[in-house]
Design a protein around this ligand. Structure first.
Ligand code: ACO
Length: 325
C-alpha cells in the first residue's frame, strides 16, 4: 500500500465549435435576447465558450481528455483500475458516464462511477480517488471532469446562458511513495440548493419540472468567495503550509471576479493564478482539469511545484486540494 497518490498525466478537450461573445450575442439577438462582448468581459472575464455538437456526449469529451492524460502518464487504458467521472450532464440516467467512458476507452474490470458535485465535482472526485489509492483499493486512476453544460442552458435568460460552455479535463492519479496530494477539504450545505440548480427530473418516461439552469448570481458570488477562502485555509493548515508556499492557484473557472477575490483573500498575486475562463467560460466540473492541463502543457506549471486546486458549485458544494506536481 502506498502512502501517497500523485498526478502523473493530464489531458483536456474542448469541442471544435467556438463561439466568441460577439458570435453568441448575434445568435441570441435573433430571439430578442440582448447582450454584448463588453458586458460579458467586464462582469465575468469570459471571451468565448465551446459548444458540443448535438451527438456529442460528456463521455466523448472525457474520452479525448482521458486518452491525452494516459499518454502523458505513459500508461495504457488497461493499466487503469479506477475511473471517476465528475459530471452534472451524464450521457444517460444510468449507467454512469464513467462506465460508458470505460467501454469507449477499451478498459475492463476496474471500478468506475460518477461523482455529482456540480462545479466542485473534480475536487470531490480527486479526493475520492486519492482516498481509494491510499487504502490500496486502486493503484492507477483516471479522474475526469466532463460536461455538456450547453444542454442545460436557457438561451432566453441572458443572466446565465452567457456564462457556461462544454469541455472535459482529466488527470491520471497513481499510487506513489513520494507525496503528491498533501491535503483535501470537502464541504456541502444543502440549504443553498435553490440558488443554483436545474430543477427537473425524469419520471414515467417524461421530463418533469424545468431542467434548465437557474441561478441567483449575486448570492452565488457572495457565498463562493467566502467558502473558497475557508477551504483554501483548511488545506494549508492540514498540510502545514502557508499561502506564500503556493506556486499556483488553479481555481474553478467560473468568473474572473470570483478568482480575483479568492486570490486577494489569500494575498496571492494574480500572476500565480491559472486563468482559462476567458477561453472556455464556466465548464463546471471540467474547468479545473482544463485549466490544469493547459498550464502543464504550456510549461507554466512544472514538476515539483505546489498547487492549490479549489472549487465551488451547486449544492452548495465546495472544497480544495493541495498537491505537489
Ligand atoms: N448582458 C447584458 N446585460 C445583462 C446580462 C447580459 N448577459 N445579464 C444581466 N444583465 C443586466 C441585468 O439585467 C442588469 O440590468 P439592470 O441594471 O438594468 O437591471 C445588469 O446587467 C446588472 O445585472 P446583475 O445581475 O446585477 O449583474 P452582476 O454584476 O451581479 O453580474 C453575474 C451578474 C456575472 C452573474 C454575477 O452575479 C456573478 O458573477 N455571479 C457569480 C455567478 C457565477 O459565476 N456563477 C457560475 C456558476 S456557479 C459556480 O460555478 C460557482
Amino acid at each position: 500500500m502506498s502512502l501517497y497518490s500523485r498526478i502523473t498525466g493530464t489531458g483536456s478537450c474542448l469541442p471544435p465549435r467556438r463561439l466568441s461573445n460577439a458570435d453568441l450575442a448575434a445568435e441570441l439577438a435573433v430571439s430578442g435576447v440582448l447582450t454584448s462582448d463588453d458586458w460579458i468581459v467586464e462582469r465575468t472575464g469570459i471571451r468565448a465558450r465551446h459548444f458540443a455538437a448535438a451527438d456529442v456526449c460528456s463521455s466523448d469529451l472525457g474520452l479525448e481528455a482521458a486518452r491525452q492524460a494516459l499518454q502523458a502518464a505513459n500508461l495504457q487504458a488497461q493499466d487503469i483500475d479506477l475511473i471517476i467521472v465528475a459530471t452534472s450532464t451524464p450521457d444517460m440516467v444510468f449507467p454512469s458516464t464513467a462506465c460508458i467512458l470505460q467501454k469507449k476507452l477499451g478498459a475492463h474490470g476496474g471500478a468506475a462511477f460518477d461523482v455529482q458535485a456540480v462545479c466542485s465535482g473534480f475536487i470531490y472526485a480527486l479526493t475520492v480517488a486519492d482516498a481509494l489509492i491510499k487504502t490500496g483499493t486502486a493503484t492507477k486512476a483516471l479522474v475526469i471532469g466532463a460536461e455538456v453544460f450547453s444542454r442545460l442552458l436557457d438561451f432566453k435568460d441572458r443572466t446565465t446562458c452567457v456564462l457556461f460552455g462544454d469541455g472535459a479535463g482529466a488527470v491520471v492519479l497513481e499510487a506513489s511513495d513520494t507525496p503528491g496530494i498533501l491535503a483535501s477539504d470537502l464541504h456541502a450545505d444543502g440549504k443553498h440548493v435553490g440558488i443554483l440548480c436545474v430543477p427537473g427530473h425524469v419520471s414515467g418516461g417524461k421530463v418533469l419540472g424545468e431542467p434548465l439552469l437557474k441561478m441567483d448570481g449575486k448570492a452565488v458570488f457572495k457565498l463562493a468567495v467566502g467558502v473558497l477562502d475557508e477551504a483554501a485555509r483548511a488545506v494549508l493548515a492540514k498540510a502545514g503550509k502557508v499561502a506564500t508556499d503556493i506556486d499556483w492557484l488553479v481555481p474553478h473557472q467560473a468568473n474572473i471576479r470570483i478568482m480575483q477575490s479568492a486570490a486577494k483573500k489569500l494575498k496571492l498575486s494574480m500572476d500565480k493564478v491559472i486563468v482559462t475562463v476567458d477561453q472556455h467560460g464556466n465548464t463546471s466540473a471540467a474547468s479545473i482539469p482544463l485549466a490544469l492541463d493547459g498550464a502543464v502543457r504550456n510549461g507554466k506549471i512544472k514538476p515539483g511545484e505546489l498547487l492549490m486546486l479549489e472549487g465551488v458549485g451547486g449544492g452548495f458544494t465546495w472544497g480544495a486540494v493541495l498537491l505537489n506536481m
